[in-house]
Design a protein around this ligand. Structure first.
Ligand SMILES: [Zn+2]
Length: 247
């Protein structure tokens, strides 16, 4: 028997394994191939600040928003769970689940699976984009617990734990892809950036409050979006403050 597949592997190789998954409605096949991956990259360097106002801020002034589908999926799951609660659930040793209960259980699994797939795709795409022109990528040593603690920074109403998972995955993907392209992945020691990242221009540290969206340095007058400044400070910190490559 043969089946048609959608899409194509970036780099094909010798198939080593195949995992078949049933999600309650559709079948999926995940094929593992043994290959030598090829990845192109440029000669630039990029610093990344995770979990600020947007999911990622970059040292060259860019922002990546957290994907909206995460909250949409959560809303769907909440709605389906409510409906599930009204169906007859299984009681151990007494009664079996009703057909409707099973149906809703399946729907919930499916929504979660689709969301997980999309999040995984998103992480890969973002990571690939970051690596595509940067041979050196620097991030902050991530402390997800710490991020939740300073959760005040994120006021988008997103479920923190979901965002943390997406960020963690993206970071792993970036490290993996940079190294695949023979680039360098660095993490800035957190102590250089806490409690508040220094000014990326002259490396002064001035206390700021979390509500300050803009970094305005009292020392040198440098003004920048606070997350962008953090991303720049992360890049400087990762290279070492006295690195002659600093611009
Ligand atoms: Zn300054």
């Amino acid at each position: 028997m043969s089946v048609r597949i959608r899409g194509k592997a970036k780099t094909w190789g010798i198939p080593k394994g195949c995992k078949i998954v049933w999600d309650g409605k559709d079948w999926y096949a995940s094929i593992t191939v043994d290959c030598v991956p090829e990845r192109q990259t440029g000669n630039n360097a990029l610093g990344l600040d995770f979990g600020g106002k947007t999911a990622i801020a970059t040292s060259n002034g860019g922002f990546v928003k957290a994907p909206r589908f995460q909250t949409q999926a959560q809303e769907k799951v909440n709605l389906l769970s409510k409906k599930l609660g009204r169906k007859q659930q299984p009681v151990k040793g007494k009664s079996q689940a009703s057909r409707r209960w099973k149906k809703y259980q399946g729907k919930i699994r499916r929504v979660k699976r689709i969301e997980a797939n999309r999040r995984c795709d998103w992480s890969h795409q973002v990571a690939a984009q970051m690596v595509s022109s940067n041979r050196l990528v620097a991030t902050e040593k991530l402390n997800l617990k710490g991020m939740t603690r300073k959760g005040k920074r994120q006021k988008t109403g997103l479920n923190r734990s979901i965002v943390d998972v997406a960020i963690g995955k993206t970071k792993d993907g970036i490290k993996y892809k940079v190294e695949e392209a023979n680039g360098v992945y660095l993490e800035t020691p957190t102590r250089q950036l806490k409690p508040t990242p220094p000014c990326a221009k002259r490396w002064e540290t001035k206390p700021k409050t979390w509500s300050d969206r803009v970094h305005h340095c009292q020392g040198c007058g440098h003004s920048e979006d606070r997350d962008i400044n953090a991303a720049q400070a992360i890049l400087i910190g990762a290279r070492g403050r006295n690195c002659p490559l600093q611009t």
